[in-house]
Design a protein around this ligand. Structure first.
Ligand code: DAH
Length: 397
């Protein structure tokens, strides 16, 4: 191997731009490439070459003076506009530091690292000096904003105590009503697995709800639950005994365009009742009672056959409501049905026991949107009012 037999110093070749070299240095460089100089002498020469490389030396001193100039200027500035002008002047795209850093092109490759570090040091010094000034200015502003306020004075009467959000009110009413009927509260995560949200609920892989355009998926394959029905699954997965009788209010997420009737985050309440003898009559009775509690004792409820993957038979529930001065009309309000045996089978497979044996247990489930319930109850025409926190809207409830 040719390289191995050579003295190490013969392999060090410093390439300098010819235009930057005086005839002396050119000769010196030529001499250097072909003769074996002792190592320590070589590093001495390298140091001399570095220091005398014109763009390198000039840039370092220009950077140093820019730093001193900037930090001195900073001390004299005392308002936000002046500080912003300073920022643009030094750090902006057309600022002094950016202009200087353009000189990097002239610096020989082996010196770039050093000049670059200097450039960063100066930029950091100016940036942090500016931040300190801005923070001091803000602190002074904050102090003067509260100066003269006597925090020991008693509060002004009539400022109002606020009230519960209409959604909170309707949720509390729903929970109160269902708890009276023996349902207990259950909970589950909003970031769910596909199994809990879809597979265990007998929803096939090609169901449109599982599409990326309808559901928010996480990079790890989990998703933001599209309905609170996943809490049914979690409850049955961990139940110790029968009956299971739960309700689960909570948020659900869908990739819907936001408009007067859709939000991508909304609220539902879910119910599940499983035992050895739960019937459709129980489902109807429970829901009729529930809606009469919510909308008044004369409310008429209708069960319309429908399809949900997790219940069989399934229904949509409409209530007949009359808005003031208008003819009564049917309004679709919830989904429900008898738990599909396929759901019990999947739960049993996961649990590895027969507490939810599809041959032995039956159950009903229902779910509804709380936002929709609030809109219907209060005649709210745009669902977005519920999240805008406009006091003029909220004061009405
Ligand atoms: N999960 C359904 C939805 O989000 C609502 C629903 C329908 C829930 C039927 C149920 C049910 O528990 O049995 O549209």
């Amino acid at each position: 191997m040719v390289g191995d037999s050579m003295h190490p110093s013969t392999r060090k070749i410093i390439v300098l731009k010819p235009a930057l070299l005086s005839p002396f240095w050119r000769f010196f460089g030529y001499f250097w490439q072909f003769h074996c100089w002792p190592d320590h002498l070589l590093s001495c020469i390298t140091a001399i070459l570095r220091a005398s490389s014109p763009p390198f030396a000039a840039m370092l001193s220009q950077l140093d003076s820019l730093k001193t100039e900037a930090l001195t200027a900073l001390d004299t500035l005392s308002d936000e506009a002046a500080l912003e002008a300073f920022r643009v002047d030094y750090l902006g795209k057309k600022g002094k530091l950016t202009a200087l850093s353009g000189g990097m092109r002239e610096v020989p490759a082996d010196l770039k690292k050093e000049v670059g570090a200097k450039l960063n040091e100066v930029r950091d010094a100016i940036t942090s000096g500016l931040t300190v000034r801005l923070e001091a200015l803000q602190a002074a502003k904050d102090a003067s904003a509260v100066a003269g306020i006597d925090i020991t004075l008693p509060g002004r009467p009539g400022a109002g105590v606020g009230s519960l959000h209409p959604l909170t009110q309707i949720r509390d009413l729903a929970v109160r009503t269902l708890r009276r009927m023996g349902f207990t509260l259950a909970d589950g995560p909003e970031i769910e697995t596909e199994w809990h949200c879809f597979d265990a609920l007998n929803t096939p892989t090609d169901h449109p709800a599982r599409n990326e355009s309808d559901t928010f998926y996480m990079p790890d394959g989990k998703l933001l639950r599209t309905h609170t029905s996943s809490v049914q699954v979690r409850t049955m997965e961990s139940a110790k005994t029968l009956p299971v009788r739960i309700i689960a209010p909570g948020a659900a997420y869908r990739r819907d365009e936001i408009d007067a009737t859709h939000l991508s985050v909304f609220n539902q309440i879910e119910a599940l009742y499983v035992d050895t003898d739960v019937s459709l009559a129980d489902l109807k009775g429970t829901l009729e009672y529930f809606f009469r509690e919510v909308f008044g004792p004369t409310t008429v409820v209708r069960f319309r056959p429908h399809f949900f993957p997790f219940t069989e038979p399934s229904f949509e529930i409409d209530v007949k409501l009359e808005a003031k001065g208008k003819e009564a009309r049917w309004i679709e309000i919830a989904g429900c049905g008898m738990v599909d045996p396929a759901v019990f089978a999947e739960i049993s497979k996961k649990r590895g026991d027969n507490l939810f044996d599809p041959e032995k247990v039956t159950g009903f489930a229902f779910g509804m949107g709380l936002d929709r319930l609030a809109m219907i109850m209060h005649g709210i025409s745009d669902i977005r009012h519920l999240i805008e926190n406009d006091v003029r809207f909220l004061q009405q409830f």
